[in-house]
Design a protein around this ligand. Structure first.
Ligand SMILES: Cc1cc2nc3c(=O)[nH]c(=O)nc-3n(C[C@H](O)[C@H](O)[C@H](O)COP(=O)(O)O)c2cc1C
Length: 209
């Protein structure tokens, strides 16, 4: 197949576009400079309003179809997920000119081996966020990081973090759809893949952009 000059091999190839999509998603874990390192994660609140926020992508398993994020178990998003696990994840890679929209179901994992490992392999600085005395989003009378005074500006020691482990949770988003939009002057390309649980495979289609 002859592609106009400068277009990638996946331009008109659904299977290659799928490979490229997973490559861009996975780059968010291995490359901190990749835009997919900081996707937008959407949940739905009790009023049915979509709530979006940036989260750091910690791990991706293509085999399990999961994206892992870390958060405070007291945060509003965990409450929303408890009521409605439907989740969207959005990323845009300007260099690749690719937008990826995913939908799935989030499993909150606050205890157990996965959350324990995620906690213990995070840096002490990253874990310091979980030392906040009040839940994230709590109204406060004055400007505050929420951290106890004694740890402000310092890196906590391992033993100082032990008591705060219960404030930590891993979120595993099990992906059910992946939508792809590739921007090109020659004509944009849009595709969508859906997980077919009955046949244990992804099915994909091109869409009009
Ligand atoms: C660059 C960046 C990275 C962030 N990473 C995370 C993260 O990994 N986990 C998290 O819970 N919040 C993260 N946040 C904060 C969230 O965007 C959000 O403000 C916070 O989690 C409260 O959300 P909620 O009230 O919907 O629970 C990050 C924010 C920014 C700007």
């Amino acid at each position: 197949m002859n592609l106009p000059h400068g277009l990638p091999a996946y331009y008109d190839d659904l299977a290659l576009s799928f490979e490229e999509a997973w490559g861009l998603i996975a780059a968010g874990v291995t490359n901190r400079k990749s835009p997919s390192h900081m996707p937008v994660v959407g949940t739905v609140d009790g009023f049915g309003v979509p709530q979006l926020r940036i989260m750091i992508l910690r791990d991706v398993s293509r085999e399990a179809r999961t994206l892992r994020f870390h958060t405070d178990s007291r945060s509003i998003k965990t409450e929303q997920i408890g009521q409605n696990p439907a989740t969207s994840v959005l990323m845009y890679d300007p260099a690749a000119k690719v937008q990826i929209r995913m939908t799935g179901t989030t499993h909150l994992t606050a205890t157990g081996a996965l959350a324990d490992t995620a906690w213990s392999t995070s840096t002490p600085f990253a874990r310091r966020c979980y030392m906040a005395e009040a839940a994230p989003g709590t109204p406060w009378a004055k400007p505050s990081s929420g951290l106890p005074d004694w740890i402000e500006g310092k890196q906590p020691e391992e033993e100082q973090l032990v008591d705060y482990r219960s404030n930590f949770a891993a979120l595993l988003v099990e992906i059910e759809t992946i939508e792809w939009l590739y921007l090109a002057n020659a004509g944009h390309r849009r595709a969508r893949w859906q997980w077919d649980a009955a046949h244990n495979l992804w099915t994909g289609d091109w869409l009009i952009p």
